[in-house]
Design a protein. Structure first.
Length: 106
């Protein structure tokens, strides 16, 4: 997978940074069956990390309870226009993606 599978927005609103991330990922649990009654192998994001100007500000360990194409919103204080937010995820099959975005004014 690549960064095209992730859409991000980082906007400063009234001094508070709002970061929104949409990840295109199947998030398969390993318990669902296909039309031929065979189990679909597990394929899910296990670790998501967000940095702000190189400093880790969020680290989440996910499992099979997260839905397909996960959507995440988080907030930070102290950010300025032009700061860099980077989000990286790693899944259970060794795939990963990273995307960087500059903070903009809402």
């Amino acid at each position: 997978m690549n960064a095209d599978n992730m859409k991000m927005r980082a906007q400063l609103k009234d001094g508070l940074l709002e970061v929104k991330v949409l990840i295109s990922h199947p998030m398969e649990t390993g318990r669902r069956k296909d039309d031929s009654d065979r189990l679909i192998p597990a394929h899910f994001v296990q670790l998501l990390t967000a940095t702000w100007n190189g400093k880790i500000v969020l680290e989440a360990q996910w499992g099979t309870g997260i839905s397909k194409n996960p959507y995440l919103t988080f907030y930070l204080q102290g950010a300025q226009v032009g700061d860099i937010v980077e989000v990286t995820w790693h899944d259970n099959l060794g795939e990963s993606a990273t995307q960087k975005i500059a903070v903009t004014q809402a």
